[in-house]
Ligand binder design. Structure first.
Ligand code: GLA
Length: 691
């Protein structure tokens, strides 16, 4: 999968259907000759090495084609590696010093011509995935070097007829909203300066030539596996070359690299696909299920979460009452949200004191956990371990543990401050506290929240990256010590969703906005990169507490069924008829769960239409499920059929609920006509089984 042609100084990195071809040119620059369809080494060897441009300087001609870019000489584009040596020199003069190679991994090493700094480019490929994983290792053996930027990868696109950028934008309660726009000339930067992945942008990008659709066209994409601040630079040069470069950290934060120290960047993964945005998404989903998630084969249980039902008003009796209703409708995991610990009866106190509130739980959590287990459900608990309220025993004992600067005020957000996990004693306390909580209580699941960004963090990248690395280390240690515990990543909703956190968690909370209509758009953007298998989605009350919109129970369920189904409503206020219907819908979900969580997703109709639809296909093609949502009925027009994808045209499919037989060819050409109720917010689940 990684082949080297030493004579031509070529490396061909291949997945099942794509190749990335690297070449060390006559000036020792590492260039990308090809990113696209799969090539043999002989085909790669015939690629043009450098277009002849006799009137242009050689540096200029190579612009926008380099895999490894560093400041120095006549290079003026976005440089992935930017340093300042102790004597003030900023130019790097990297020369190749060797390679290490296996079938799956390639390391190309470079060293500065004078200063004792080396740069290693690491590439990893997989037999079953076209995703290429790239990161850098910088090693310093001399006087301290300031690392201004170390992007994990710079992906070089081929010349296209046009360039269109796809990414997601958002804010709290409105995350992952797909944004597609022509890529302007210059540098388009998406970034987080918040210390966390962020609601505003997510560290991935896709580029096509402007003509790709859901099911056709070439798409070039990359995603950064990092949960702290980050920067992604999409560069379109006047010469019509485009690169995507991404790495941890944001300007102007820098990092000192002392003698003998190394910096290992997170992975930035790149993917070429032919087959439109749908194929790109499915390839990313498959990759995460095969190579990123810790327990990819597991089915995520239907969960209940008490947050919207009770807020901070948590009591043993109230939770048991909810748990009994939840069990009745088929919930498998019962999660107690905020408000169970310390003096946490509102959001201004208690964070940091991770022991049950003695007034609310006089005998500890045991009685609640036992009852939940007795009801046949697993038990989960909300924690926000990186945070502290100034009104807490922890803060009173260790006011210096928070991220702060001596002569600056400590900016509070939601009345809380961030613990500085880059300090070993703080990370240690955090591990011990959670380890004890899990050892003393039969907790099966943690909802790990992070509700505010960094402030007063200073210029030292050690804190910014150190916090994230310490978080990863605590998660890794906890998982090893408590292998049965599963973890949900949350950050005021979807503020910490990325390939880095997904390596150590089992699902994520996509948004605090649980309005079903808004969710359609959030989910559409979410699944561009991330799989349904990690996308937590709850059914809550109507009218929705956040938007005030009223939607039918079925509509709310049919939206949430597109991910990891959860219930977050005040079940004690639901009528018997609602609880019964909910139980039927939960049962429907369990039947299609293998398709949703482990099948392939086809976004049939986008959420901005009157009718939207998403299809899931079983890995072996034996079943398919289609969720259809009508947002609004306009002019009483008859609705068109919802055309399905990826079925066998020669096969026949039986509708599980009506028993009707459909021909694959007809479903592909004309679609299904679900029996939708009249009016707005009608929905249906069509579950077809191959005969
Ligand atoms: C955040 C989460 C919510 C809930 C609250 C609790 O906002 O996103 O789901 O857990 O915190 O305070």
């Amino acid at each position: 999968m990684i082949v080297h042609d030493s004579e031509r100084r070529l490396w061909v990195l291949s997945g099942p259907s794509s190749s990335y071809v690297l070449h060390l040119d006559d000036h020792d620059r590492l260039r990308v000759l090809h990113w696209g369809s799969r090539l043999t080494v002989a085909q790669a060897a015939s690629l043009p090495l450098l277009p002849r441009q006799p009137f242009r300087p050689v540096e200029d001609a190579a612009e926008g084609t380099l895999d490894l870019t560093a400041t120095g000489g006549l290079f003026y584009g976005h440089a992935a590696v930017q340093v300042r040596f102790a004597d003030g020199t900023r130019d790097l003069e990297l020369v190749p010093t060797g390679q290490r190679r296996t079938d799956r991994e390639l390391v190309l090493t470079f060293a500065d011509r004078h200063y004792p700094l080396t740069v290693e480019c690491h590439y990893g490929v997989h037999e079953d995935s076209d995703v290429i994983e790239r990161h850098l290792v910088l090693r310093n053996e001399g006087e301290p070097v300031t690392v201004v930027r170390a992007d994990s990868a710079t992906w070089v696109l081929p010349r296209l007829d046009g360039y269109r950028l796809s990414c997601v934008r958002g804010q709290w309660g409105a995350e992952t909203r797909l944004h597609r726009t022509e890529l302007p000339y210059g540098e388009t930067v998406t970034t987080s300066r918040r210390g966390v992945t962020s609601h505003q942008a997510n560290p991935w990008a896709m580029v096509d030539d402007g003509t790709a659709g859901e099911e056709h066209g070439e798409v070039y994409s990359c995603a950064l596996a990092w949960s702290g601040s980050w920067r992604l630079t999409a560069q379109r040069l006047p010469t019509e070359r485009v690169t995507l470069s991404a790495g941890a950290g944001h300007d102007p934060v820098t990092q000192e690299l002392g003698a003998g120290e190394e910096l290992v960047t997170p992975v930035c993964a790149g993917l070429y696909t032919d087959g439109g945005f749908g194929a790109a998404s499915r390839a990313w989903h498959d990759h995460q299920l095969r190579h990123v998630l810790p327990h990819p084969g597991e089915a995520r249980p239907v969960l209940y979460n008490s947050w919207e039902a009770t807020g901070f008003d948590v009591s043993l009796e109230g939770q048991i009452e909810l748990a009994e209703k939840a069990a009745r409708i088929g919930v498998e995991l019962f999660v107690v949200d905020d408000g169970w610990f310390g003096a946490r009866t509102h959001d201004a106190a208690g964070l940091g004191d991770w022991h049950p509130n003695p007034r609310r739980f006089p005998d500890g959590l045991g009685p609640l956990i036992d009852r939940v287990h007795e009801l046949g459900m697993r038990f989960g608990l909300w924690v926000e371990p990186e945070m502290v309220n100034p009104d807490s025993d922890l803060y009173r004992a260790h006011p210096d543990w928070v991220i702060h600067r001596p002569h600056r005020r400590r900016t509070e957000h939601r009345n809380q401050l961030v613990l500085d996990l880059s300090r070993p004693e703080v990370a240690d306390w955090l591990y011990r506290t959670l380890d004890e909580l899990l050892a003393k209580n039969a907790v099966d699941f943690l909802k790990w929240d992070m509700n505010r960004p960094f402030t007063e963090a200073g210029p030292d990248e050690r804190l910014w990256t150190g916090h994230v690395r310490a978080l990863y280390a605590v998660l890794d240690r906890l998982r090893a010590a408590h292998p049965h515990v599963r973890i949900e990543s949350c950050s005021s909703g979807g503020g910490r969703v990325d390939l880095g956190i997904l390596r150590r968690t089992d699902q994520v909370w996509a948004s605090d906005d649980t309005d079903a209509l808004d969710r359609l758009e959030i989910q559409h953007g979410f699944t561009q990169l991330y799989p349904a298998r990690v996308m937590g989605a709850w059914v809550t009350d109507s009218p929705n507490p956040y938007t005030g919109r009223e939607t039918p129970l079925d509509f709310r369920f049919h939206v949430a069924m597109a991910g990891v189904l959860g219930i977050g409503g005040a079940l004690t206020d639901w009528s018997d008829a609602e609880l019964e219907r909910a139980a039927e819908l939960v049962a429907d979900y369990k039947r299609i769960r293998p398709l949703v969580q482990h099948g392939r997703q086809y976004r049939l109709l986008p959420p901005d239409r009157e009718l939207s639809a998403v299809q899931y296909l079983a890995p072996d093609g034996s079943e398919t499920a289609v969720l259809v949502h009508r947002r609004a009925r306009r002019f009483g027009h008859p609705e068109p059929g919802v055309r399905l994808r990826a079925l066998d045209p020669g096969a026949r499919y039986r509708d599980r609920s009506t028993g009707r037989i459909h021909h694959g060819a007809v479903l592909l050409a004309h679609g299904v006509f679900p029996d939708l109720a009249p009016g707005d917010y009608a929905s249906a689940l069509v579950h077809l089984i191959r005969e």
